[in-house]
Ligand binder design. Structure first.
Ligand code: FAD
Ligand code: MLT
Ligand code: ZN
Length: 481
């Protein structure tokens, strides 16, 4: 049988289970990552609507040695949801987007059960409809799925108050590599009956199982949310401001986001019609948000800011006067990712550090990069309240994509070397995908790597799920790459 005939037969077999796309045009968007940097051919894109269909697809692929790449909204920033090139076997994209129902919202237990392909913003809306809050929030919330959030253990803008996705999950339903379904949709707040299996799958980036549904924690809604954009003379001042705000009585901070002056300049260049509300010559900007589940007496937020304004050396600032005003301030933060994409060649470094090291890290790393690599622009922003910087790189127009690719390894090694020396992590919230597998090998100990490989081997002995992502030693050792 020719390759083409074999492909046709496989697709026909898959279509006995559920619809499957295979046209070149319709596949391309699923085969290319969000940044448009990684592309590899897939056998097709299968579109199940039930957990039973997912189970049948897994069994079908297992019998025929077809790899499965789970995909949600494909907004991941490490190319984990697209096939990898150089594989000797077919890779099937399993899109969860049609499996998107809210199964149950239960205000009594403050929980919500949802299928993995639901958009994050639809999960937020379902919680809001019953007077509750699902607090996970990130720039891609209109297109990422809850299954993708769980599989990457997404962070986002409200980690400071509510934790990472891992902290918001009560139970999971997962299809295992055997095709068996694990029914773990429990809504209990306490459950120490053996190992907590859901945590194996949370953050495993589709390498250990296919998440088909989740039971999530709900919270009281926020009756009042206050937002301010402030300018500061240094990163040290920004961190002192964070500490000062955290020690203010009755100021429940939900977000503390950083934007360097260079990040703001990039947004202004790419979106020239936008008017920045503060003096744009200052060093660094922070977006501060506090939320109350019962309305406070008086103007607590502005009063708190006034008390610390001078002590913390705040140089300029604006407090949002309405929800629309707050949204327009947030846009300066959320547009940075899009601005980098529009500006062309760029690198992403999603790092975390102990908070007290951050000013020194930025000073030393900026200086090292600017002296060694003329033409780079450090676009530093992110979740400062969590010690998580998106210490990204864009370039002056004299540097091409090819130039940057030639420098990439040296730049990354320099940045990650600094991170490692300060006991930080080279991957704070985006995961490993296919772009950071070599860094995982380098920066995790032999003990950690062999434990990860052992887990992979135990749960997915034939390396069916997402080969070439996260931990690849096992896949190599069984000769499947
Ligand atoms: P995908 O990209 O489709 O998949 C991501 C990984 O999960 C892949 O490895 C995939 O195989 C696996 N996967 C997906 N669904 C399943 C499933 N059902 N079962 C098993 N495996 C699965 N991330 C943050 O953490 N914080 C941010 O603040 C943030 N901001 C962003 C802003 C923008 C503008 C963009 C484009 C991205 C941002 N991201 C952020 C990254 C991304 O949105 C998150 O990683 C998100 O959780 C991915 O969800 P997704 O549905 O798009 O997953
Ligand atoms: C964000 O927080 O906006 C994204 O996680 C960062 C990025 O685009 O690098
Ligand atoms: Zn982020």
């Amino acid at each position: 049988m020719s390759q083409l005939q074999m492909k046709k037969a496989l697709l026909e077999g898959l279509r006995q289970i559920c619809p499957c796309l295979d046209g070149t045009d319709e596949l391309q968007v699923h085969e290319t990552d969000w940044r448009g940097r990684h592309f590899a051919n897939a056998l097709g894109v299968t579109l199940p609507t039930t957990v039973e269909e997912v189970s049948q697809i897994v069994k079908f692929c297992r019998l025929r040695n077809i790899a499965i790449v789970a995909q949600g909204g494909n907004t991941g920033l490490c190319a984990g949801a697209v096939p990898v090139s150089g594989q000797s076997r077919w890779q099937l994209i399993l899109s969860m987007r049609r499996m998107n129902h809210i199964r149950q919202v239960d205000p009594l237990t403050d929980s919500l059960t949802v299928e993995a392909g639901a958009l994050l913003q639809d999960v937020q809306a379902a919680a809001q409809q019953v007077g509750r809050l699902f607090p996970l929030s990130l720039g891609a919330e209109g297109s990422c799925t809850i299954g993708g959030n769980i599989s990457t253990n997404a962070g986002g803008n409200a980690v400071l108050r509510y934790g990472n996705t891992r902290d918001l999950v009560l139970g999971l339903e997962v299809v295992l590599a055997s095709g068996e379904i694990w029914h773990g949709l429990r809504a209990l707040r306490k459950d120490n009956a053996g190992y907590d299996l859901k945590h194996l799958f949370i953050g495993s980036e589709g390498t250990l199982g296919i998440v088909t549904a989740a039971t999530l924690k709900l919270f009281p809604p926020l009756r009042q949310v206050d937002t301010a954009l402030l300018a500061l003379p240094s990163y040290t001042a920004a961190l002192s401001l964070l500490k000062a705000l955290q020690t203010q009585e009755s100021l429940p901070l939900t977000a503390f986001e950083l934007m360097s002056a260079e990040s703001i300049s990039l947004v202004r260049e790419q979106f020239p019609q936008r008017l920045f509300p503060l003096d744009d010559k200052l060093k660094t900007y922070v977006l501060v948000e506090a939320g109350w589940s019962s309305r406070p007496q008086g103007d607590v937020f502005e009063q708190a800011l006034e008390r610390i304004w001078e002590v913390c050396d705040v140089q300029d600032g604006v407090v949002a006067k309405s929800e629309a005003h707050a949204a327009s301030l947030w846009e300066w933060r959320e547009l940075i990712t899009e601005a980098q994409l529009r500006a062309g060649p760029h690198l992403k470094h999603d790092i975390s550090l102990p908070a007290f090291c951050i000013p020194e890290f930025i000073e030393q790393t900026d200086a090292g990069l600017y002296s060694r690599f003329p033409g780079l622009r450090v676009i530093n922003f992110g979740h400062l309240g969590d010690g998580n910087l998106h210490y990204n790189i864009s370039v002056e127009s004299v540097i091409s994509e090819m130039d940057l690719q030639a420098m990439q390894a040296e730049i990354e090694n320099f940045i990650y070397g600094q991170v490692c020396a300060m006991n930080g992590s080279f991957s704070a919230e985006h995961g490993i995908g296919q772009t950071k597998t070599q860094h995982l090998r380098h920066y995790r100990s032999a003990t950690e790597l062999s434990l990860m490989a052992l887990l992979k081997r135990s749960l997915d002995p034939e390396a069916l799920f997402n080969p070439g992502k996260v931990i690849i030693e096992h896949v190599e050792s069984v000769g499947l790459i």
